[in-house]
Write a protein that binds this ligand. Structure first.
Ligand SMILES: [Zn+2]
Ligand SMILES: [Zn+2]
Length: 305
């Protein structure tokens, strides 16, 4: 008998946590650079040096992403049967004759390079070719990172972000990464230190920096918004934000269609739509906005109530 058999949810949870850890490292680097700019440092001037000093953090983030993806794929395999994760022939398994149940962790599990093959053998639906080749690329990069001290691997910040978003959206097409990020900040240890009031500020800030970095097509693919359309405040993110720290002006929401009179905005952080009325802002002289949230009684262009 075997005890402590893992479930697919155990693997999904750990996998997502690792992706979040990787995202956190990269987002911090970007936010710090952005902050420096605010204090008058020319980001373009320091940029190259900054990213070369951040090399180790970027490669580590990439390796952690890879690790996270492995957990998520193990979760997929686990949905079919957790026992498929056991490698070695029966003769090499721990003895079942010791009078106690064998802990699952005592078994050797399959290597990363075999995950896709095992999944595709038993699952009715195989992974897509693009996913497999990206997974293998990432695995090779990780091997270079873990087994050499040279800086031969040139890892760009956008590359880490994009591979994480691609992998996550391929495995969980119905999940919003922005929303997962927010939830993970809500349960981060920092909330015990009082950062809970700033989660909306923090998540909107890092996402607006990252969306700036990505092409419109990628933003559409991963955050479901058209970056080229006019940006609006999300009434809920605005409501939850802390306004003591200065103006909250992160506009990540977009109208859900280009039709005149469109009466909904979508926010990728909340991963939901909010109804709006198309009336001119009460501050008509100063603000050209005509997208008003009735429920939250505010103009989504200037934030005025
Ligand atoms: Zn929102
Ligand atoms: Zn307004």
């Amino acid at each position: 008998m075997i005890k402590n058999v893992p479930t697919h949810n155990d693997f999904y949870k750990t996998g997502r946590e690792l992706l979040d850890l990787s995202w956190n490292m990269v987002a911090k680097l970007l936010v710090n650079l952005d902050e420096a700019e605010y204090y008058g440092i020319d980001a373009d001037e320091v940029s190259e040096e900054y990213w070369s000093l951040a090399h180790r953090q970027l490669t580590t983030a990439l390796a952690i992403t890879q690790q996270g993806i492995e957990f998520l794929i193990k979760g997929r395999i686990c949905e079919i049967s957790p026992y498929l994760l056991i490698s070695d022939s029966a003769a090499k398994w721990p003895s079942p004759y010791e009078g106690v149940a064998i802990d699952f962790s005592k078994f050797r599990t399959i290597d990363a390079q075999d995950l896709i093959r095992v999944h595709d053998t038993f699952s009715p639906v195989s992974f897509e070719t693009e996913f497999v080749s990206k997974f293998n690329e990432l695995r090779e990069s990780r091997n270079v990172i873990m087994h050499s001290i040279s800086e031969s691997l040139d890892v760009q910040v956008a590359e880490v972000i994009e591979s994480l978003l691609y992998m996550h959206s391929s495995l969980f097409p119905n999940e919003s990464w922005a929303n997962i990020r927010k939830k993970s900040l809500e349960s981060s240890p920092n909330t015990e230190l009082g950062s809970v009031d700033y989660i909306s500020n923090e998540v909107c800030r890092e996402l607006s920096i990252i969306m700036n970095l990505l092409s419109p097509a990628k933003v559409k693919q991963y955050f479901k918004i058209d970056k080229k359309m006019r940006p609006y405040l999300c009434p809920n993110c605005f409501y939850e934000a802390n306004h003591d720290a200065g103006d909250f002006d992160y506009k990540l929401a977009r109208l859900t269609s280009k039709e005149e009179g469109c009466s909904e905005v979508y926010c990728p952080v909340c991963d939901r739509e909010y109804g709006v009325v198309r009336e001119n802002c009460s501050d008509e002289g100063e603000c050209p906005g005509n997208v008003i949230s009735e429920v939250y009684t505010m103009c989504l262009t200037c934030g005025q109530e």
